[in-house]
Write a protein that binds this ligand. Sequence first.
Ligand code: COA
Length: 146
Amino acid sequence: MPRKGQFKIRAIRTQAEWVAIEAMQKKLVDELPFVHRETRQWWIARNGDKPVGYAAMNITGDCGWFSICGVLAKHRGNGLQKRLIDVRLRHARRGGLAAVYTYTLNGNHPSANSLIKKGFKQCTPPDRHFGKWAGKRDVLYWKHEL
Ligand SMILES: CC(C)(COP(=O)(O)OP(=O)(O)OC[C@H]1O[C@@H](n2cnc3c(N)ncnc32)[C@H](O)[C@@H]1OP(=O)(O)O)[C@@H](O)C(=O)NCCC(=O)NCCS
């Protein structure tokens, strides 16, 4: 079992990091049946040299949108999702954003728990922040004011 300190997270800068994220998205496709490409800003988590997780966010106006996050099964339960939330919240604060939004599929208790622990509150989303994700059934929406 890896120790927490072994995980490093950074914003992606290279094509190789993007290829690693695409490979992880394919591995998680049964749990996350949509592969994101359009998102602007991505982070990768590594355990030593090994890619173990990823997260992404978009910015529209003064709001952020956490579009996706995944952690490979073997590395779950180490607080990595919460660190991937933190890094995006820091990015949003540095960018002067007013709030960030996200969603969880109903039944995704680990993800909902992580968001609550990091200060997100359930919300009814204004359509303009959620685009194609607005008004879905079986989805919980979350907001974190900054
Ligand atoms: C959701 C996911 C990102 C969590 O990653 P992680 O690094 O294991 O998350 P963390 O360790 O930061 O926290 C998970 C929390 O959920 C809790 N948890 C785990 N399994 C749970 C369950 N079945 N029911 C309720 N809570 C659960 C953990 O105890 C932890 O809470 P804690 O901080 O109170 O201990 C990971 O499971 C994953 O990639 N799942 C598939 C893809 C996905 O659902 N992505 C998110 C939606 S975009």
